[in-house]
Design a protein around this ligand. Sequence first.
Ligand SMILES: Cc1cc2nc3c(=O)[nH]c(=O)nc-3n(C[C@H](O)[C@H](O)[C@H](O)COP(=O)(O)O)c2cc1C
Length: 322
Amino acid sequence: MMEWTDRHCRFFHRLLTRRALIYTEMITAQAVLRGDRTRLLAYDPFEHPVALQLGGCDPRQLAQCARIAGDLGYDEVNLNVGCPSDRVQEGRFGACLMAEPALVGDCVAAMTAVVGVPVTVKCRIGIDDQDPESALDALTGAVQQAGVAALIVHARKAWLDGLSPRENRDIPPLDYGRVYRLKAAHPQLAVVLNGGVADLDQAAAHLTHVDGVMMGRAAYQEPWRLLAVDPMLFGEASPFTTAKAAVEALNPYIGRELGRGVRLNAMTRHILGAFRGVPGARAFRRHLATEAVKPGAGIATLRDALALLVDIAAAPAHTAAA
Ligand SMILES: Cc1cc2nc3c(=O)[nH]c(=O)nc-3n(C[C@H](O)[C@H](O)[C@H](O)COP(=O)(O)O)c2cc1C
Protein backbone atom coordinates (compact mmCIF):
# COMPACT_ATOMS: atom_id res chain seq x y z
CA MET A 1 0.00 0.00 0.00
CA MET A 2 1.51 3.25 -1.16
CA GLU A 3 3.03 5.40 1.59
CA TRP A 4 2.18 2.66 4.07
CA THR A 5 3.93 -0.65 3.42
CA ASP A 6 7.45 0.68 3.04
CA ARG A 7 10.36 -1.40 4.25
CA HIS A 8 10.08 -0.16 7.84
CA CYS A 9 6.43 -1.13 8.02
CA ARG A 10 7.14 -4.53 6.50
CA PHE A 11 9.91 -5.23 8.98
CA PHE A 12 7.55 -4.45 11.85
CA HIS A 13 4.77 -6.60 10.41
CA ARG A 14 7.19 -9.48 9.99
CA LEU A 15 7.84 -9.35 13.71
CA LEU A 16 4.12 -9.99 14.21
CA THR A 17 3.70 -12.88 11.77
CA ARG A 18 6.32 -15.16 10.27
CA ARG A 19 3.95 -16.72 7.78
CA ALA A 20 1.81 -14.04 6.13
CA LEU A 21 2.99 -12.94 2.70
CA ILE A 22 3.81 -9.23 2.77
CA TYR A 23 3.51 -6.91 -0.24
CA THR A 24 5.49 -3.80 -1.07
CA GLU A 25 3.91 -0.56 -2.14
CA MET A 26 3.17 -0.41 -5.86
CA ILE A 27 6.31 0.64 -7.70
CA THR A 28 5.92 1.60 -11.32
CA ALA A 29 7.95 -0.13 -13.98
CA GLN A 30 9.20 3.28 -15.11
CA ALA A 31 10.49 4.01 -11.61
CA VAL A 32 12.26 0.65 -11.38
CA LEU A 33 13.92 1.12 -14.76
CA ARG A 34 14.71 4.85 -14.56
CA GLY A 35 14.68 5.73 -10.87
CA ASP A 36 16.83 5.05 -7.84
CA ARG A 37 16.40 1.31 -8.03
CA THR A 38 18.55 0.50 -5.03
CA ARG A 39 16.44 2.69 -2.78
CA LEU A 40 13.09 1.73 -4.30
CA LEU A 41 13.60 -2.01 -4.16
CA ALA A 42 15.58 -2.29 -0.92
CA TYR A 43 14.25 -4.73 1.63
CA ASP A 44 15.63 -6.58 4.62
CA PRO A 45 16.05 -10.37 4.29
CA PHE A 46 13.97 -10.68 7.47
CA GLU A 47 10.94 -9.53 5.43
CA HIS A 48 10.68 -12.83 3.53
CA PRO A 49 8.30 -13.92 2.20
CA VAL A 50 7.84 -10.58 0.47
CA ALA A 51 6.19 -9.78 -2.86
CA LEU A 52 7.04 -6.83 -5.08
CA GLN A 53 4.05 -5.11 -6.62
CA LEU A 54 4.61 -3.48 -9.99
CA GLY A 55 2.52 -0.98 -11.88
CA GLY A 56 2.76 -0.83 -15.64
CA CYS A 57 1.33 -1.99 -18.93
CA ASP A 58 4.36 -2.53 -21.17
CA PRO A 59 5.14 -6.26 -21.34
CA ARG A 60 8.79 -5.67 -22.20
CA GLN A 61 9.36 -3.22 -19.34
CA LEU A 62 7.46 -5.39 -16.88
CA ALA A 63 9.54 -8.40 -17.89
CA GLN A 64 12.70 -6.41 -17.22
CA CYS A 65 11.36 -5.44 -13.80
CA ALA A 66 10.31 -9.00 -13.01
CA ARG A 67 13.79 -10.21 -13.83
CA ILE A 68 15.29 -7.57 -11.55
CA ALA A 69 12.86 -8.54 -8.77
CA GLY A 70 13.77 -12.20 -9.17
CA ASP A 71 17.48 -11.40 -9.07
CA LEU A 72 16.96 -9.41 -5.88
CA GLY A 73 15.28 -12.39 -4.25
CA TYR A 74 11.69 -11.22 -4.05
CA ASP A 75 9.38 -14.16 -3.44
CA GLU A 76 6.63 -13.06 -5.82
CA VAL A 77 6.02 -10.43 -8.45
CA ASN A 78 2.55 -8.92 -8.53
CA LEU A 79 0.97 -6.74 -11.21
CA ASN A 80 -1.42 -4.00 -10.10
CA VAL A 81 -4.70 -4.04 -12.04
CA GLY A 82 -6.71 -2.33 -9.33
CA CYS A 83 -5.38 1.16 -8.65
CA PRO A 84 -7.85 3.85 -9.79
CA SER A 85 -5.76 7.03 -9.34
CA ASP A 86 -5.72 9.62 -12.12
CA ARG A 87 -1.96 9.44 -12.40
CA VAL A 88 -2.11 5.71 -12.90
CA GLN A 89 -4.96 6.01 -15.41
CA GLU A 90 -2.92 8.52 -17.39
CA GLY A 91 -0.20 5.89 -17.56
CA ARG A 92 -2.85 3.41 -18.80
CA PHE A 93 -2.24 0.92 -16.02
CA GLY A 94 -3.82 -0.04 -12.72
CA ALA A 95 -7.59 -0.60 -12.68
CA CYS A 96 -8.16 0.66 -16.22
CA LEU A 97 -6.40 -2.49 -17.43
CA MET A 98 -9.58 -4.37 -16.45
CA ALA A 99 -10.78 -3.19 -19.88
CA GLU A 100 -7.74 -4.70 -21.61
CA PRO A 101 -7.52 -8.33 -20.54
CA ALA A 102 -5.46 -9.36 -23.56
CA LEU A 103 -2.80 -6.77 -22.71
CA VAL A 104 -2.74 -7.94 -19.08
CA GLY A 105 -2.28 -11.47 -20.39
CA ASP A 106 0.65 -10.29 -22.52
CA CYS A 107 2.21 -8.59 -19.48
CA VAL A 108 1.87 -11.69 -17.33
CA ALA A 109 3.21 -13.94 -20.08
CA ALA A 110 6.24 -11.68 -20.53
CA MET A 111 6.93 -11.72 -16.80
CA THR A 112 6.44 -15.46 -16.26
CA ALA A 113 8.80 -16.13 -19.16
CA VAL A 114 11.74 -14.51 -17.39
CA VAL A 115 11.27 -15.09 -13.69
CA GLY A 116 11.24 -18.23 -11.59
CA VAL A 117 9.08 -16.91 -8.76
CA PRO A 118 5.26 -16.76 -8.94
CA VAL A 119 3.75 -13.93 -10.97
CA THR A 120 0.38 -12.82 -9.61
CA VAL A 121 -2.20 -10.17 -10.45
CA LYS A 122 -4.27 -7.98 -8.14
CA CYS A 123 -7.46 -6.77 -9.76
CA ARG A 124 -10.99 -5.52 -9.14
CA ILE A 125 -14.23 -7.31 -10.07
CA GLY A 126 -14.71 -4.72 -12.82
CA ILE A 127 -14.64 -1.02 -13.58
CA ASP A 128 -17.35 1.55 -14.30
CA ASP A 129 -20.21 -0.02 -16.24
CA GLN A 130 -18.50 -3.36 -16.84
CA ASP A 131 -20.47 -6.47 -15.93
CA PRO A 132 -18.46 -8.05 -13.09
CA GLU A 133 -19.30 -11.53 -14.33
CA SER A 134 -17.90 -11.13 -17.84
CA ALA A 135 -15.18 -8.59 -16.96
CA LEU A 136 -13.60 -10.74 -14.26
CA ASP A 137 -14.02 -13.89 -16.37
CA ALA A 138 -12.23 -12.22 -19.29
CA LEU A 139 -9.34 -11.08 -17.14
CA THR A 140 -9.10 -14.45 -15.43
CA GLY A 141 -9.02 -16.32 -18.74
CA ALA A 142 -6.27 -14.09 -20.10
CA VAL A 143 -3.99 -14.30 -17.06
CA GLN A 144 -4.58 -18.00 -16.51
CA GLN A 145 -3.48 -18.73 -20.04
CA ALA A 146 -0.41 -16.59 -19.42
CA GLY A 147 0.61 -18.67 -16.40
CA VAL A 148 -0.50 -16.48 -13.50
CA ALA A 149 0.13 -18.15 -10.14
CA ALA A 150 -2.71 -16.47 -8.25
CA LEU A 151 -5.35 -13.81 -8.70
CA ILE A 152 -5.98 -11.43 -5.81
CA VAL A 153 -9.39 -9.85 -6.22
CA HIS A 154 -10.42 -6.65 -4.46
CA ALA A 155 -14.10 -7.58 -4.28
CA ARG A 156 -15.54 -4.30 -5.52
CA LYS A 157 -15.56 -2.35 -8.74
CA ALA A 158 -13.41 0.71 -9.29
CA TRP A 159 -15.36 3.68 -10.60
CA LEU A 160 -12.75 5.53 -12.56
CA ASP A 161 -14.83 8.57 -13.30
CA GLY A 162 -15.88 10.68 -10.35
CA LEU A 163 -14.50 8.85 -7.31
CA SER A 164 -11.17 9.50 -5.61
CA PRO A 165 -8.87 6.56 -4.88
CA ARG A 166 -9.97 6.75 -1.25
CA GLU A 167 -13.67 6.68 -2.17
CA ASN A 168 -12.92 3.79 -4.50
CA ARG A 169 -11.90 1.75 -1.44
CA ASP A 170 -15.25 2.23 0.27
CA ILE A 171 -18.08 3.36 -1.98
CA PRO A 172 -18.45 0.70 -4.69
CA PRO A 173 -20.20 -2.15 -2.85
CA LEU A 174 -18.30 -5.26 -1.86
CA ASP A 175 -19.36 -8.44 -3.66
CA TYR A 176 -17.67 -11.38 -1.97
CA GLY A 177 -20.05 -13.74 -3.77
CA ARG A 178 -18.44 -12.79 -7.07
CA VAL A 179 -15.02 -13.84 -5.76
CA TYR A 180 -16.38 -17.08 -4.32
CA ARG A 181 -17.99 -17.87 -7.70
CA LEU A 182 -14.69 -17.19 -9.45
CA LYS A 183 -12.96 -19.73 -7.23
CA ALA A 184 -15.75 -22.28 -7.69
CA ALA A 185 -15.47 -21.91 -11.47
CA HIS A 186 -11.67 -22.20 -11.45
CA PRO A 187 -10.70 -24.82 -8.85
CA GLN A 188 -7.14 -24.97 -10.23
CA LEU A 189 -6.54 -21.23 -9.88
CA ALA A 190 -5.38 -19.80 -6.54
CA VAL A 191 -7.87 -17.06 -5.72
CA VAL A 192 -7.20 -14.56 -2.93
CA LEU A 193 -9.97 -12.31 -1.62
CA ASN A 194 -9.36 -8.70 -0.63
CA GLY A 195 -11.51 -5.83 0.57
CA GLY A 196 -13.10 -4.95 3.89
CA VAL A 197 -11.73 -7.90 5.84
CA ALA A 198 -11.66 -6.46 9.35
CA ASP A 199 -10.28 -9.26 11.48
CA LEU A 200 -8.90 -12.77 11.51
CA ASP A 201 -12.28 -14.38 12.20
CA GLN A 202 -13.61 -12.85 9.00
CA ALA A 203 -10.49 -13.97 7.17
CA ALA A 204 -10.95 -17.53 8.42
CA ALA A 205 -14.57 -17.51 7.22
CA HIS A 206 -13.54 -16.38 3.72
CA LEU A 207 -10.92 -19.10 3.65
CA THR A 208 -13.67 -21.70 3.50
CA HIS A 209 -14.43 -20.31 0.00
CA VAL A 210 -11.10 -19.09 -1.36
CA ASP A 211 -7.40 -19.92 -1.13
CA GLY A 212 -6.18 -16.79 0.56
CA VAL A 213 -7.17 -13.48 2.10
CA MET A 214 -5.34 -10.18 1.75
CA MET A 215 -5.83 -7.66 4.53
CA GLY A 216 -4.96 -4.03 3.85
CA ARG A 217 -6.22 -1.32 6.16
CA ALA A 218 -7.03 -3.59 9.10
CA ALA A 219 -3.50 -4.97 9.07
CA TYR A 220 -1.93 -1.53 8.88
CA GLN A 221 -4.20 0.40 11.22
CA GLU A 222 -4.42 -2.34 13.85
CA PRO A 223 -1.23 -4.33 13.33
CA TRP A 224 -1.65 -6.18 16.63
CA ARG A 225 -4.19 -8.31 14.77
CA LEU A 226 -1.29 -9.88 12.88
CA LEU A 227 -0.17 -11.63 16.07
CA ALA A 228 -3.07 -14.02 15.56
CA VAL A 229 -2.16 -14.97 11.98
CA ASP A 230 0.39 -17.69 12.70
CA PRO A 231 -1.58 -19.48 15.46
CA MET A 232 -5.03 -19.11 13.85
CA LEU A 233 -4.25 -19.73 10.21
CA PHE A 234 -1.01 -21.71 10.21
CA GLY A 235 -1.17 -23.66 13.48
CA GLU A 236 2.15 -22.20 14.62
CA ALA A 237 3.15 -20.25 17.67
CA SER A 238 2.92 -16.50 17.45
CA PRO A 239 6.35 -14.83 17.39
CA PHE A 240 5.40 -12.73 20.43
CA THR A 241 2.72 -12.98 23.04
CA THR A 242 1.99 -9.25 23.11
CA ALA A 243 2.19 -6.33 20.73
CA LYS A 244 4.37 -4.56 23.28
CA ALA A 245 6.94 -7.36 23.11
CA ALA A 246 6.92 -7.12 19.31
CA VAL A 247 7.41 -3.35 19.41
CA GLU A 248 10.28 -3.74 21.87
CA ALA A 249 11.83 -6.28 19.52
CA LEU A 250 11.98 -3.53 16.90
CA ASN A 251 14.65 -1.69 18.91
CA PRO A 252 17.75 -3.24 17.28
CA TYR A 253 16.31 -2.48 13.84
CA ILE A 254 15.49 1.09 14.86
CA GLY A 255 18.98 1.53 16.28
CA ARG A 256 20.54 0.29 13.05
CA GLU A 257 18.39 2.50 10.82
CA LEU A 258 18.92 5.58 13.01
CA GLY A 259 22.62 4.95 12.53
CA ARG A 260 22.06 5.11 8.79
CA GLY A 261 20.37 8.49 9.10
CA VAL A 262 16.73 7.35 8.99
CA ARG A 263 14.52 9.51 11.21
CA LEU A 264 12.72 7.82 14.06
CA ASN A 265 9.32 8.95 12.82
CA ALA A 266 9.82 7.20 9.49
CA MET A 267 9.70 3.94 11.47
CA THR A 268 7.45 4.70 14.42
CA ARG A 269 4.64 6.10 12.25
CA HIS A 270 3.87 2.49 11.36
CA ILE A 271 3.38 1.38 14.94
CA LEU A 272 0.90 4.07 15.98
CA GLY A 273 -1.99 1.60 15.77
CA ALA A 274 -0.19 -1.19 17.61
CA PHE A 275 -2.09 -0.61 20.83
CA ARG A 276 -5.43 0.69 19.63
CA GLY A 277 -7.99 0.19 22.39
CA VAL A 278 -5.41 -0.35 25.13
CA PRO A 279 -5.49 2.16 28.00
CA GLY A 280 -2.77 4.71 27.35
CA ALA A 281 -2.71 4.11 23.59
CA ARG A 282 -3.70 7.68 22.85
CA ALA A 283 -0.87 9.03 25.00
CA PHE A 284 1.49 6.57 23.29
CA ARG A 285 0.43 7.84 19.86
CA ARG A 286 0.55 11.48 20.88
CA HIS A 287 4.00 11.14 22.36
CA LEU A 288 5.38 9.55 19.21
CA ALA A 289 3.56 11.98 16.92
CA THR A 290 5.12 14.99 18.64
CA GLU A 291 8.49 13.65 19.81
CA ALA A 292 9.57 11.17 17.10
CA VAL A 293 9.73 13.94 14.49
CA LYS A 294 12.24 15.97 16.50
CA PRO A 295 15.92 15.94 15.60
CA GLY A 296 17.76 13.54 17.86
CA ALA A 297 14.69 11.42 18.62
CA GLY A 298 15.78 7.86 19.26
CA ILE A 299 15.16 4.63 21.11
CA ALA A 300 14.57 6.53 24.37
CA THR A 301 11.66 8.34 22.68
CA LEU A 302 10.03 5.03 21.88
CA ARG A 303 10.74 3.72 25.36
CA ASP A 304 9.08 6.79 26.90
CA ALA A 305 6.05 6.30 24.64
CA LEU A 306 5.74 2.64 25.65
CA ALA A 307 5.86 3.65 29.31
CA LEU A 308 2.61 5.58 28.77
CA LEU A 309 0.71 2.37 28.10
CA VAL A 310 -1.28 1.10 31.05
CA ASP A 311 -1.14 -2.58 31.90
CA ILE A 312 -1.14 -4.25 28.51
CA ALA A 313 -1.87 -7.59 30.13
CA ALA A 314 -5.35 -6.27 30.96
CA ALA A 315 -6.17 -6.11 27.26
CA PRO A 316 -6.26 -9.71 26.11
CA ALA A 317 -7.42 -8.71 22.62
CA HIS A 318 -3.90 -7.47 22.01
CA THR A 319 -2.23 -10.77 22.63
CA ALA A 320 -1.43 -13.62 20.30
CA ALA A 321 -4.46 -15.50 21.55
CA ALA A 322 -6.87 -13.00 20.01
C1 LIG B 1 -3.01 4.11 1.80
C2 LIG B 1 -3.36 3.00 0.84
C3 LIG B 1 -2.50 2.71 -0.18
C4 LIG B 1 -2.79 1.68 -1.08
N1 LIG B 1 -1.88 1.36 -2.05
C5 LIG B 1 -2.09 0.27 -2.81
C6 LIG B 1 -1.08 -0.19 -3.71
O1 LIG B 1 0.02 0.38 -3.81
N2 LIG B 1 -1.35 -1.29 -4.45
C7 LIG B 1 -2.55 -1.97 -4.34
O2 LIG B 1 -2.73 -2.99 -5.01
N3 LIG B 1 -3.50 -1.56 -3.52
C8 LIG B 1 -3.29 -0.47 -2.74
N4 LIG B 1 -4.26 -0.08 -1.85
C9 LIG B 1 -5.52 -0.84 -1.79
C10 LIG B 1 -5.41 -1.97 -0.78
O3 LIG B 1 -4.39 -2.85 -1.15
C11 LIG B 1 -6.72 -2.77 -0.72
O4 LIG B 1 -7.00 -3.33 -1.97
C12 LIG B 1 -7.91 -1.92 -0.28
O5 LIG B 1 -7.57 -1.04 0.76
C13 LIG B 1 -9.06 -2.83 0.16
O6 LIG B 1 -8.62 -3.75 1.14
P1 LIG B 1 -8.80 -3.47 2.73
O7 LIG B 1 -10.26 -3.19 2.95
O8 LIG B 1 -8.32 -4.73 3.39
O9 LIG B 1 -7.98 -2.28 3.05
C14 LIG B 1 -4.00 0.95 -0.96
C15 LIG B 1 -4.86 1.25 0.10
C16 LIG B 1 -4.56 2.26 0.98
C17 LIG B 1 -5.51 2.56 2.13
